[in-house]
Design a protein around this ligand. Structure first.
Ligand SMILES: [Cu+2]
Length: 199
């Protein structure tokens, strides 16, 4: 009798541990999301059916999350010396501390320019701001913020088509969480090797 009661309580205690473990795992998933939402990244059209494909940490660390260039490009201006702002969408309540990077590639996938590197403090949602969801998402659990860089004076483009690669290393956990998305763009204003346009 005693053995049976002990094994029952062991099973109960194991079940409770399993439930707690599952809850902790779920909570940590809920709190671990973020991506660059503007310019819209590849697969953005799936935002409301597969949001986690965009915002979850990617431990595989595949270049551009393994997603190849699409047909659609967002027009952006990259005038040397001017500010350029991208929108970041971060899970509501994610207190991630980390470093962002932004790189520009040509349409063939060659690195054109590093626009930002080790930018600390991006992706922090201030409690005082009103929470605005990225367009198309209806889950109600993300807020948008922004990241502004100054376009380098010596930025010269060889290709008006290309893509931005945004990276974010969240260092609040060990090992760090690694995020990355790519957005296909058409640069409509900037300095070019063939034609020179300033504005
Ligand atoms: Cu996280």
């Amino acid at each position: 009798m005693k053995t049976s009661s002990t094994s029952t309580s062991t099973i109960t205690s194991m079940s409770i541990k399993f439930i707690l473990f599952t809850l902790v795992a779920l909570i940590s998933i809920v709190f671990s999301h973020g991506f660059m939402s503007y310019p819209p990244p590849r697969m953005y059209s799936d935002i409301n059916i597969a949001i986690d494909n965009l915002r979850s940490p990617d431990s595989s660390r595949l270049f551009c999350r393994g997603i190849t260039q699409g047909e659609e490009r967002t027009s952006i201006k990259l005038n040397p010396g001017s500010e350029f702002t991208v929108t970041l969408s971060i899970s509501n309540g994610a207190e991630h501390q980390g470093y962002c990077g932004l790189e520009l590639y040509d349409s063939l996938g060659n690195l054109e320019f590093v626009l930002a590197q080790n930018l600390y403090g991006c992706g922090i949602i201030d409690d005082s701001i009103e929470c605005v969801e990225p367009p198309g998402l209806i889950t109600g659990d993300m807020c948008t913020t922004s990241m502004t860089i100054t376009v380098p004076e010596n930025l010269v483009l060889s290709d008006s088509n290309g893509f931005l690669r945004w990276t974010w290393v969240a260092t609040h956990v060990d090992p760090p969480e690694y995020y990355e998305v790519c957005s296909d763009v058409k640069i409509v204003s900037g300095k070019c090797t063939t034609t020179v346009k300033t504005k």
